[in-house]
Design a protein around this ligand. Structure first.
Ligand SMILES: Cc1ncc(COP(=O)(O)O)c(C=O)c1O
Length: 401
C-alpha cells in the first residue's frame, strides 16, 4: 500500500473541493457546441478557460484538410518521427512553420511538451553544459531539465539582471549554457523582455530558447510571437511552440537558424521514442497556420476582445495580474475564495481556469480567463456580466480588498 500513501493529500484536497461545490479539476465538456461554447453540467456555457486564442477549432478549411488527410492517409502513423512515422505532411508543415517564422530549420514533435523535452534534453550534455531557467517557466521546461540531467539554475522571473548575475557567477567548467524563457507566461499573461534577455545571454556566450507556446500567432506584427514584437526574431537561438493553442490541434515544434538543430532528430529521445502526430492533426495545423497567416483580422479580433474584457474587469475594480493580454487573471488571496469565485462564474454559465499554489507563481490563487478571437459580442457580454456580478459578490477579488 505504501505506493499509494502519497495520494492521501491529493485525495483530501479532491474531497474538500468536491464538498465545497463543483470541482474545477473534473470538468467535462459534455457536448461541444462551437469554438467558444459547450454544455457543462447540463448547461450551455461560454468557454473562457481553453486556449483557443484564434478560434481555429471549427475553422472549415482546417476541418476539410483533416478529413482529406484521414481519407487519404488513415487515422495514425503508427510510428515515431525518427523510425517509421514521418509522412510528407510532417515535412511540409516543418517547411511552412520555418517559412512563417523566417527561420531556416524546424523539427515537428508530438506535442509542445515533448518539443521542449526534445529541444532541451537533446541539446544538453549534463557532463559539460548548464541550463538557466526563468523561475516562472512552464513545468515542461523543468521536466526537460530533469530529463537532461544537467545542473539547472533558476533566475528571477522576467529579470535580465538576475540572469546576468547567475551567468557571471557560473562555474567556468560549463562549456555550453542554455537560457530558457517564455514569450507570454500563461498564468499572469505577462510577457518577457526578450530583447534584453538576448543581449545578456549572448554577452555571456549562452544560447537562448524562447517558448512561444502562448504567443505564437498572437503577438508581433505578423503573429510570430513576442520575439517578433521585440524585434529579435533573428537573434534567438531556439524557438519552441505548440499546435495546441493558436493552431487548435496537437503537436509541437522547435525552430532555429542553426543548421545543427537538424541533429535534434538524432540526439532527442522525445523525437525518437514516441509516435508522431496523426496525418489529420498535421493537416489541420497546417491549414490553420495558412489561415491565420493570410487573415490578420483574426488576430485583431482577439486583441479587440482582450482589450474590451480587460477594460471591463479593471472597471469592476478586480485585482488583475497584468495589462491587456489574451490571458487575463484575477488574483484572489486564498484557494477557498478562488474556488468559490470559480463556482460562482460557472453558475453564471462561464467557464474559466482556477489555479492555486503551488501551481501559481506567487502565493496568490487565481482565475484565469483565456480570450478568443471567436468570442462573439454575446459571449463577451455574458463574460462581462458574470465578472461584474463576481466583483460584487467577492470583495476579496477587488483591488481595494
Ligand atoms: C509555456 C508552455 N509550453 C509548452 C506547453 C505544452 O504544450 P502542449 O499542450 O502542446 O503539450 C504548454 C502547455 O500549456 C505551455 O503553457
Amino acid at each position: 500500500m505504501s505506493l499509494f500513501d502519497k495520494f492521501e493529500k491529493t485525495a483530501a484536497l479532491y474531497n474538500q473541493l468536491s464538498e465545497m461545490g463543483k470541482n474545477p479539476f473534473t470538468v467535462v465538456m459534455e457536448e461541444v457546441l462551437g469554438p467558444t461554447r459547450a454544455m457543462i453540467k447540463g448547461r450551455e456555457t461560454v468557454l473562457a478557460g481553453t486556449h483557443n486564442y484564434l478560434g481555429q477549432t471549427f475553422e472549415p478549411k482546417a476541418i476539410a484538410a483533416a478529413k482529406e488527410a484521414l481519407d487519404n492517409e488513415g487515422t495514425g502513423t503508427t510510428g515515431s518521427r525518427f523510425a517509421n512515422g514521418t509522412f510528407a505532411g510532417h515535412k511540409r508543415l516543418e517547411r511552412d512553420i520555418a517559412d512563417f517564422l523566417g527561420m531556416k530549420h524546424c523539427v515537428v514533435f508530438s506535442t509542445g511538451y515533448v518539443a521542449n523535452l526534445g529541444a532541451i534534453a537533446g541539446l544538453i550534455d549534463p557532463s559539460e553544459d548548464a541550463v538557466l531557467v526563468d523561475a516562472d517557466c512552464h513545468a515542461c521546461i523543468y521536466d526537460a531539465c530533469s530529463l537532461s540531467g544537467a545542473e539547472t539554475i533558476r533566475f528571477r522571473h522576467n529579470d535580465p539582471d538576475s540572469l546576468d548575475k547567475r551567468l557571471s557567477r557560473l562555474d567556468p567548467k560549463f562549456k555550453g549554457k542554455l537560457v530558457c524563457i517564455e514569450g507570454m507566461y500563461s498564468m499572469y499573461g505577462d510577457t518577457a523582455p526578450v530583447k534584453e534577455f538576448v543581449e545578456v545571454a549572448h554577452r555571456h556566450g549562452a544560447m537562448l530558447l524562447v517558448d512561444e507556446a502562448h504567443s505564437f500567432g498572437v503577438y508581433g506584427k505578423t503573429g510570430k510571437g513576442v520575439a517578433e514584437a521585440e524585434g529579435v526574431m533573428d537573434k534567438i537561438d531556439f524557438y519552441t511552440g505548440t499546435f495546441s493553442k493558436a493552431l487548435a490541434a496537437i503537436g509541437g515544434f522547435v525552430a532555429s537558424n542553426h543548421p545543427q538543430a537538424e541533429y535534434l532528430r538524432f540526439s532527442s529521445r522525445p523525437y525518437k521514442f514516441t509516435a508522431s502526430p496523426s496525418p489529420a492533426t498535421i493537416a489541420s495545423a497546417g491549414a490553420a497556420l495558412k489561415n491565420i497567416k493570410e487573415t490578420p483580422a483574426i488576430r485583431e479580433a482577439l486583441w479587440a476582445n482582450a482589450e474590451r474584457l480587460h477594460a471591463a474587469l479593471t472597471q469592476f475594480g478586480l485585482r488583475l495580474a497584468s495589462g491587456p493580454a489574451p490571458v487575463i487573471s484575477v488574483l484572489l488571496p486564498t484557494k477557498e475564495e478562488a474556488f468559490a469565485a470559480w463556482n460562482f462564474l460557472l453558475d453564471q454559465g462561464v467557464y474559466v481556469n482556477m489555479a492555486i499554489p503551488p501551481g501559481t507563481p506567487g502565493k496568490d490563487s487565481l482565475l484565469r480567463l483565456a480570450v478568443s478571437s471567436a468570442h462573439t459580442g454575446d459571449d463577451i457580454d455574458q463574460l462581462v456580466a458574470a465578472y461584474g456580478a463576481m466583483a460584487e459578490a467577492f470583495q476579496a477579488a477587488r483591488v481595494t480588498a
